[in-house]
Ligand binder design. Structure first.
Ligand code: KPL
Length: 297
């Protein structure tokens, strides 16, 4: 059975897509776990399905754990119950940004820790409604040695969802590629309170994007990550901003809902890395500070 920790939009998309009877949500301490998690899923073709996913109960034979919590909640959420599971249970981390995945791998060095990078688009306009807004792809790779031989069985297992999924040898680089996009779009959409495509013509974006991409390219190179330079990073950011022009970014959604954003794991992560590598990151710092002023960080 596959256990899912984190019943947000992504967790619910996976729960609804995996074979019924093979999946359950992990109850969070203190939260009510009476009755199954019931919600309506709007599929890509517009059709709507009623989904019901049980909570995990003691004795359920869990052989895979998907962690779909927000980056900032992950370490604590896993700590709350991980001791109940066998040491060889593979954990697949679906968090945005960077920093939380490394923290988990460092905290449990003997457990198989994998990471996923996904471009599936899902959002949750109401508590009991999830929209699968865009079909995407998911890459899964090992974050530590223990996880090496779990990649291919995990990919096979998750392929039963019907979602497109691939093994990835260099998952860290894949996570970096997504980090670049999130660092170049999300804070601007939150600060300007606008859709992804609208940032491109704004003064804030125009005045800072080249310096931001220079900071990121220097950090990537110093951190041993392949990259094709600042100009290519800017093109990649703008391609995604155009392709998702009408979308509300996850950071803007968090800000509008009064939730803590993931800025500490996106531009904030780049600032911390810059401090360690002695590479100045004034634009990442400015964006981090401005987003923090807008949300309860
Ligand atoms: O991943 C995203 C996010 O909102 O976090 C982007 C690519 C910016 C799409 O909205």
């Amino acid at each position: 059975m596959i256990a899912i920790l984190g019943a947000g939009s992504l967790g619910r998309l996976w729960a609804a897509s995996l074979p019924a009877g093979d999946v359950a949500f992990v109850p969070r301490p203190g939260a009510s776990s009476e009755g199954p998690v019931a919600f309506r899923l709007q599929q890509l073709d517009g059709s709507v399905s009623d989904i019901s996913v049980p909570w995990l109960v003691p004795g359920d034979p869990v052989d895979l754990l998907l962690v779909t919590t927000k980056a900032g909640d992950t370490l604590k959420a896993i700590s709350d119950f991980i001791d109940l599971f066998p040491d060889n249970l593979p954990l697949v981390l679906f968090q945005n940004g960077l920093g939380s995945q490394q923290a988990v791998a460092e905290h449990w060095p003997d457990r198989p820790v994998l990471a996923a990078s996904t471009t599936e688009g899902a959002n949750r306009p109401d508590v009991d409604r999830v929209i699968h807004a865009g079909s995407g792809q998911t890459w899964i790779g090992a974050l530590n040695e223990e996880a090496g031989h779990h990649v291919s069985p995990t990919v096979k297992r998750l392929a039963a969802s019907g979602l497109t999924i691939h093994p990835e040898r260099d998952i860290l680089n894949r996570l970096w590629q997504k980090l670049v996009i999130n660092a170049g779009i999300n804070p601007f959409t939150a600060i300007l309170n606008c859709a992804n495509g609208e940032i491109l013509s704004s003064e804030l974006y125009q005045q800072n994007i080249d310096s931001l991409c220079n900071e990121i390219a220097r950090l990537m190179t110093a951190n041993g990550q392949r990259n094709e330079g600042a100009e290519t990073l800017r093109q990649q950011i703008e391609t995604v901003a155009c392709n998702t022009a009408r979308n509300t970014s996850s950071m803007r959604s968090d800000m509008l809902a009064g939730r803590k954003t993931e800025i500490d794991f996106i531009n904030g992560y780049l600032v911390r890395l810059g401090n360690t590598l002695e590479i100045p990151t004034p634009v990442n710092q400015m964006l981090t500070e401005q987003v923090k002023l807008l949300s309860p960080n």
